[in-house]
Design a protein around this ligand. Structure first.
Ligand SMILES: [Fe+2]
Ligand SMILES: [Fe+2]
Length: 557
């Protein structure tokens, strides 16, 4: 065993596998140190791969094109999991633009699935031809071959980390899951609430019962129900695992209470009721500075393309796709899309008459065709919305591979769950945490709160900020399509740097306590259904966030 090498790694918090400890050398340790993130576990296989890659780099000269295929998911606790074939276990989450020559037409199609390396551009062209012959059904020869690299964009590194991806079960849910779900919601919300100074003395509900009139009372509970009184105040029924209790809250607070949310109440005892001085929500903490990246890198935010609808604004969308290859867009490294890629089928009564494409698979095909316009060094992250092929109940699983037969193996295409926290560009910096949530619960939430309802669609940031304050993406269980997973995955446990949603087909770009709050417009014109509902969309707006300066701009397409 090379004790010195092992010692150096364990000093950095690595665990070294037994076989790896035998095989490792000081040179290997140097290679590991050069990785972006120190791995938690070093295996002999990893050392082998690192050595291979080192040999490959030292042998590689001009004309060698390395096609990277792996997509890595960073799991909670820092471990990584390869979704597809992986040749570079740790560093491979960092996806760099591959070496290109100007003659190489960067065709991102199935040929990349089968080719890891080719030794010259001639061989590449030959292989492409072969692919066209053998897999002609996959390609439209005249359409898919495009030169992606106009030479305008600069080479850049990008990095996408899907944080703490959730376990989503498809089985039917019963009493244990419901109980598990509610317990989990309570525990998570309690943890967030007790971080607040005014909630430090909170007790469980059963402990309130022995208290005498006038004594201080602070507790946490689910909102079971609320009734308005003659004075305009509200009586709220609160419940936790130990019992139920009533609280009297003022009108302003009472108006904003929604069923199933978990709140803190602080006040004084009045017999069998708490006279509440305040209702406390966990909220975001006061920011201690702003996260930013060392590199000049930008992210663009769009959503709700609704491919397949007769109202999809293809020309505007194409213009945006083409703009991504221009000088002006040279710093865009990420494109974030929180849902409703397609119009779907059977989403609302009479939808069929408004469809341009009736087959949902062909709707996704339209998306794939549009995707060809996106330069290969822009990482595209897509989550599902309520019009997709996946289940409606949230959390929604990732869109299935089968709807993206042509692009799923691209390095720069990432399917994520809804909701999902994604850390972008953690290169020489902590990166920028993006909370992606489509926004299906917004309709129900604004319906319950008059303040929010009045300008909900024109100013969608109000509902988004309201949910950030509640630290929950869908506080009311009953009216939303929520799947009671044993764990409530819609609690906003971690503070994001960017909170992005779609769904309302409006646009918002603001900040709240250091968080960029973005509602990312749409590329669908007003549908007949929206006309009937009186909803005027605000399409074609692209929000761009500069991760280095955290300044934003909005471009109209
Ligand atoms: Fe939509
Ligand atoms: Fe939607």
């Amino acid at each position: 065993m090379n004790e010195e090498a092992v010692k150096q790694l364990t000093k950095q918090g690595c665990m070294v596998e037994k076989d790896a400890a035998e095989a490792i050398s000081v040179e290997d340790v140097e290679m590991i140190k050069e990785l972006d993130a120190t791995p938690m576990f070093v295996s002999s296989k990893m050392i082998e791969k690192l050595r291979e890659r080192c040999t490959m780099v030292s042998n590689g000269g001009s004309g060698v094109k390395t096609v990277q295929k792996q997509k890595m998911t960073v799991k909670q606790g820092g471990g990584t999991e390869a979704e597809t074939e992986s040749t570079e276990p740790q560093q491979s989450e960092k996806i760099s633009r591959t070496e290109e020559s100007s003659e190489e037409t960067a065709v991102e199609t199935d040929q990349e699935k089968t080719q890891e390396q080719s030794t010259s551009s001639e061989e590449m062209t030959e292989d492409l031809e072969k692919e066209f012959e053998t897999k002609s059904s996959y390609f439209d020869k005249n359409k898919t071959v495009e030169i992606k690299d106009t030479g305008v964009r600069e080479k850049r590194d990008t990095k996408v980390e899907i944080m703490d991806e959730k376990q989503i079960t498809q089985e039917e849910k019963d009493v244990p899951e419901f109980l598990g779900y509610y317990n989990s919601r309570y525990d998570k919300m309690k943890k967030l609430l007790t971080r607040r100074q005014e909630m430090k003395s909170a007790t469980t509900i059963n402990r309130l019962e022995g208290r005498s009139e006038g004594e201080e009372a602070t507790t946490i509970g689910f909102v079971n129900d609320k009734y308005s009184t003659n004075s305009g105040k509200y009586i709220v029924e609160l419940e936790d695992k130990t019992g139920a209790f009533k609280a009297l809250v003022d009108e302003r607070e009472g108006d904003r209470l929604v069923p199933d949310e978990v709140i803190g109440v602080s006040g004084s005892m009045g017999g069998d009721i708490i006279y509440a001085n305040s209702v406390i929500r966990p909220d975001l903490p006061i920011p201690q500075g702003t996260n930013s990246t060392k590199d000049k890198i930008q992210a663009a935010y769009i959503s709700d393309l609704h491919m397949g609808s007769q109202d999809t604004l293809h020309k505007r969308l194409d213009r945006f796709g083409e703009w991504l290859s221009t000088e002006e867009a040279k710093h865009i490294g990420y494109l974030v899309m929180p849902g409703d890629l397609v119009e779907g089928v059977g989403v609302y009564p009479g939808q069929k008459e408004e469809l341009e494409v009736e087959d949902i698979y062909k709707q996704y095909q339209l998306f794939e065709e549009w995707f060809q316009k996106v330069p290969e060094d822009i990482q595209v992250i897509v989550g599902p919305g309520n019009h997709e092929i996946t289940r409606l109940a949230e959390p929604q699983p990732r869109l299935p591979k089968k709807v993206f037969p042509d692009i799923d193996d691209y390095n720069n295409f990432h399917r994520v769950q809804n909701p999902q926290m994604v850390r972008l560009h953690a290169i020489r910096s902590k990166g920028i945490k993006n909370l992606m949530y489509h926004g299906y619960s917004f309709d129900d939430h604004v319906d319950k709160i008059q303040d929010l309802r009045e300008k909900a669609y024109e100013e969608p940031h109000h509902v988004m900020i309201d949910l950030l304050k509640r630290r929950h993406l869908a506080p009311t269980y009953g009216d939303n399509m929520i799947s009671p997973e044993m764990n409530d995955q819609l609690v906003i446990e971690e503070e994001p740097d960017v909170f992005v949603s779609g769904h309302f087909h409006s646009h918002a770009n603001t900040t709240y306590k250091g968080v960029n709050v973005i509602n990312s417009s749409t590329f669908q014109a007003q549908t007949d259904f929206q006309k009937r509902m009186g909803h005027e969309p605000d399409p074609g707006k692209v929000t761009i966030v500069d991760y280095k300066t955290r300044k934003t701009q909005v471009k109209q397409f």
